[in-house]
Design a binder for this molecule. Structure first.
Ligand SMILES: Cc1ncc(COP(=O)(O)O)c(C=O)c1O
Length: 390
């Protein structure tokens, strides 16, 4: 067991802590294991999980520590502070940082902490080389190649020249090259060809491109010819399909459940308006539960008058406006009292994909909006084994 999990409170202590939480998120690490294994079986190459945005809301450090126990060697992050958090937690994994750097101090930080930096300009490569020189270390890089997405990266037709320059810098080690699909099948095919052409040109120049990667979850599901040396799943690792219909390719298990306790229970009379801007008027005498979770917690505002919470075994509709810290549900006919548990995001009719759809957002937006301050409780074999924050 890793130091991270070995230094956690006992299951009993965690259960007692949960009793005091107004809201919390449960993460089933066995589901993450299942998804990783499903991806591994499908691709047969290295999996470099993308754990940006607080591991898609699941909690950066516990997810990384768990994946490391399963043999994952390196991760992709989007922000330098994410890389620093992994190091501060004592995780010695490989980290590929996509955050652009603007100061020598930042370049020195990545070199000092052994973080692999994504580069695609000579200026960045030179500054990284200089930082490595100053510290007497070597700096690992991944080169982002723009094969057509038009977001960031060195253009595919300039990439081999650029990489040749980069590899001449004395303190730089090229660890890999990667690109991202546009997610339009006919364009994706051309992008893959472009990336492979760059790698071919590099080999002709006697340069080893290192790890070649283009597939994120979408590529894993749709383009079996795109796995190359490594794939970079994010959302599928957490058991959420990135789009409608891709369930046929791989069976995934959703890792996350979002729960809260009822704050207040009240009766309202027929015709009584409720919540900001009078967005709901009771059509009859109704029993209402107020939940202390709103869009600050990541419960989308788009669920106003539409959300579905599971309470006392029934899915009950949100009534009125979802505000910063609250939303209301209709609990007429149910025996509910303050402190009772309500499931805001679950695995049934209120699963991540369904709730995102009702709210008019993508499942990515739903997950990454979950407030990092909400406690996360991690389960293995049905038992709580870790908690953040402690
Ligand atoms: C470069 C890169 N690779 C991989 C991913 C993971 O994507 P997904 O969550 O769709 O698998 C992302 C996420 O946006 C990314 O930016």
């Amino acid at each position: 067991m890793s130091i991270y999990f070995a230094s956690q409170p006992s299951s009993r202590e965690i259960e007692e802590m949960v009793e005091g939480f107004p809201s919390w998120i449960e993460v089933d690490l066995d589901a993450v294991t299942w998804n990783l294994e499903a991806i591994r079986r499908r691709v047969g190459v290295e999996v470099i999980p993308c754990i940006k945005a607080n591991a898609y809301g699941h909690g950066l450090v516990p997810v990384a520590a768990h994946l490391m126990e399963l043999g994952v060697r390196r991760f992709l992050v989007a922000k330098l502070p994410e890389a620093l958090e992994l190091r501060e937690a004592g995780l010695s994994c490989g980290i590929i940082n996509m955050d652009p750097l603007y100061s020598m101090r930042s370049y020195e930080t990545v070199v000092r902490l052994g973080i692999t930096q994504v580069v695609y300009t000579l200026e960045a490569a030179r500054r990284l080389n200089e930082a490595a020189e100053r510290l007497g270390e070597r700096a690992g890089v991944f080169v982002k190649i723009d094969t057509g997405l038009g977001r960031v990266g060195v253009r595919y037709d300039e990439a081999s020249g650029f990489i040749e320059h980069l590899t001449r810098l004395p303190n730089i080690d090229l660890e890999g090259v990667f690109s991202t699909f546009m997610e339009v099948p006919e364009v994706d095919r051309i992008q893959l060809e472009r990336l492979l052409r760059v790698c071919g040109e590099l080999e002709r120049r006697g340069i080893d491109p290192g790890t070649r990667s283009i597939a994120s979850s979408y590529g894993i599901l749709h383009h079996p010819d795109s796995y190359l040396d490594a794939v970079r799943p994010g959302i599928t690792l957490f058991g959420v399909h990135p789009e409608e219909g891709s369930e046929v390719f791989m069976e995934l298990r959703q890792a996350l459940v979002f729960k809260a306790r009822v704050e207040q229970v009240k009766w309202v009379e027929e015709g009584e308006p409720l919540t900001y801007n009078r967005r709901f008027t009771a059509p009859r005498r109704m029993k209402i539960a107020t939940i202390h979770v709103g869009y600050y917690d990541g419960y989308p505002r788009g669920l106003t008058n539409k959300g579905l919470d599971l309470i006392s075994g029934e899915y009950r509709r949100v009534v009125g406006t979802v505000s910063l810290n609250h939303h209301l549900i209709d609990i007429t006919g149910l025996e509910v009292k303050p402190g009772d548990i309500v499931e805001l995001i679950g695995r049934g009719k209120n699963n991540v994909r369904r709730i995102a759809e009702i709210a008019g957002i993508t499942p990515y937006q739903l997950l990454i909006s979950l407030n990092p301050m909400t406690p996360r409780v991690y389960y293995k074999n049905g038992k709580p084994i870790a908690i953040e924050p402690k």
